[in-house]
Design a protein around this ligand. Structure first.
Ligand SMILES: [Zn+2]
Length: 69
């Protein structure tokens, strides 16, 4: 299991964005987001900006969970 480096208790899920087929990684607690498997504090992206930049709604409906890391 992979623990989120930011909140230090959330688990990281590997997610597929349905509309773009992108693979991203999200903490299930604090919604920290990564666009690659390098899950570390320096690489974290902002969830809201990521979704807005792709004109996606802030809904879990936009995603398929591939696996929990
Ligand atoms: Zn977290």
């Amino acid at each position: 299991m992979k623990i989120c480096p930011l909140c230090e208790h959330g688990l990281i899920s590997k997610i597929k964005v349905k509309s773009t087929n992108e693979i991203i990684y999200i903490c299930n607690e604090c919604e920290a987001l990564w666009n690659n498997i390098n899950i570390c504090e320096d690489e974290v992206l902002n969830f809201d900006s990521f979704m807005k930049s792709r004109k996606l709604q802030l809904l879990w409906d936009e995603f398929n969970v591939v696996e929990i890391l």
